[in-house]
Write a protein that binds this ligand. Structure first.
Ligand code: GLP
Length: 242
């Protein structure tokens, strides 16, 4: 894994945006896998700036989001759908027909999950997958477990994740208990992966994922098996790496 340690969140956001921008410049039809959460917000802000300044063209880019809560409709302000429009899609010249987001708001969820994976495959797979990491090492919403799923699926969120994400809701009770997430298959088949981590609450997960045993108890540790992973971590998130 290629590890880049940066001073602070601002530098992380800029470096991450530069890497995404470089992929778009090299291949205007690039297929991006996108993440939500507080970590990539700064990166999206930088990408919006580049687009506004005419330095970056999203018109032929396709995107596939990693995950979405179950039980929140797209308009809910904590839905990942809402997040993506708020931080990126409403501000850049992306073709909205090329935006793909998973959702549980369908009559046949199993069919939707299969179809989402087929859509990714039909687009030629993901060229660059952006990932954050949960404090428990989850990627997307692939939670620590004794086994991990390959395909897009419905997942029960762990107490750790519900507690961590309760900061976005007025109470823990309001946090959805389930979500839909891309499985490890689409993530590991991405040609490149960019993992972002900021803050000391990510330090243990980052240290374990980069150099510890590969285990489904720490989903991000599986990334050690991927050929092209770049990790951008700030000093705090990197402080336990040996
Ligand atoms: C959420 C998302 C993940 C994200 C992670 C970290 O649960 N499903 O995709 O990477 O938590 O979020 P944050 O960046 O807010 O710490």
């Amino acid at each position: 894994m290629n590890l880049i340690i940066v001073e602070d969140y601002q530098e992380l956001s800029l470096k991450a945006a530069e890497m995404v921008a470089s992929e778009i410049s090299q291949n205007p039809q690039v297929v991006l896998g996108l993440a939500t959460g507080s970590t990539p917000e700064g990166m999206y802000a930088e990408l919006v700036k580049m687009n506004r300044h005419g330095q970056l063209d999203f018109s032929r880019v396709s995107t596939f989001n990693l995950d979405e809560y179950a039980g929140l409709d797209a308009e809910h302000e904590q839905s990942y759908h809402h997040y993506m429009y708020k931080h990126l899609f409403s501000h850049v010249n992306i073709n909205h027909l090329q935006i793909n987001m998973p959702t549980c708001e369908v009559s046949d969820l199993d069919h939707f999950c299969r179809e989402y994976d087929q859509r990714i495959a039909a687009a030629g797979g993901i060229d660059l997958q952006v990932l954050g990491i949960g404090g428990n090492g989850h990627i997307g919403f692939n939670e620590p477990d004794h086994q991990l799923r390959v395909q897009t699926h419905l997942v029960d969120l762990t107490v750790e994740t519900i507690t961590a994400n309760s900061r976005f809701f007025s109470s823990t009770e309001e946090v959805p208990k389930q979500a839909i997430t891309m499985g490890l298959g689409s993530i590991m088949l991405a040609k490149k992966i960019l993992l972002l981590a900021a803050g000391k609450n990510k330090a243990e997960a980052i240290a374990g994922s980069l150099s510890g045993l590969i285990t489904t108890a720490l989903p991000a540790s599986l990334l050690q098996l991927h050929r092209d992973v770049t990790v951008i971590a700030d000093r705090e998130a990197a402080c336990l790496i040996t």
